[in-house]
Ligand binder design. Sequence first.
Ligand code: NAD
Length: 300
Amino acid sequence: MSKRVAFLGLGHMGGPMAANLVRAGYEVLAYDPVPAAQEQARTDGARVVDTAKQAAAEADCVITMLPNGRVVLDVYDEVLPAAKPGTLFIDCSTIDVADAKTASERAVAAGHRALDAPVSGGVAGAAAGTLTFMVGGEAADFADGLPLLEVMGGKVVHCGGAGVGQAAKICNNMLLGISMIGLSEAIVLGEKLGLTHEKFFDVVSTASGQSWALTSYCPVPGPVPTSPANNDYRPGFATALMNKDLGLAANALAANGVDGQIGLLAAAIYDRFNQDEAGKDFSAIVTDIRKRSGGENTRA
Ligand code: NAD
């Protein structure tokens, strides 16, 4: 693969990811409709072009980092006819599994190759080049895209065929949303029963209720100093993004006939919380559960 890459979508994630490719020696043809994003990409050393089509036509690989599946499919429809035969398309956006499969099918039908490669690690991971990539697509295409992904990521996992990268992402995030709600309910119940946060952590972090949400991302201040709870719930991982991912998980549960009652409930709980607190870290759900439970018990 030559070193010329089109990068479409230079927002919070795409901007720093494209900058890392420039730093690694890739020629990056960058496009985003927002002038501020274009300006930042120029400063980062990318060649900013006027249209997505123009970027794709000159590149050997097209990376997209876009808000949702509808935008991804629109952009694919626009650029697929302009790209050189056999171009590798890598979509890093978080989108519906069904949309990811459609995007891949359209790319292949147009004579190209495609990977879905959503990420976890957030804006900090994008800037540091330490994202985790969950990749779906053909093994040979994965091998071809791997050097690029390794520039932007610390861990790259080939999960399976088209759409299976997105599947890994939404399965993980559905479980995370569920476990954060469950943990928060247990913490608030403990508060009501006179159990301090410190003692709760001391017991549960090494008992059978242990989870990543508790030991690495504790939703109350104190036990895990780096968690957003110690920083007035500034994200972190914003409620708006958790809400989006749970919506994608709910779509996939329905589309595949899975009896995902807790997943659907988690989606509904975060959807409600998102209406008031979209910008807060998703772990702030504990404050909502506490409020809806009549406030904090002063004994805790
Ligand atoms: P963002 O809104 O900051 O960036 C999206 C960018 O796409 C914007 O700059 C927008 O102008 C651009 N765009 C819109 N239409 C376009 C088009 N037709 N052509 C080219 N560019 C276009 O969003 P983000 O936070 O960077 O997230 C991007 C994707 O990554 C989303 O799918 C999100 O769910 C996922 N994600 C985000 C995070 C995070 O922490 N922000 C973490 C993991 C995954």
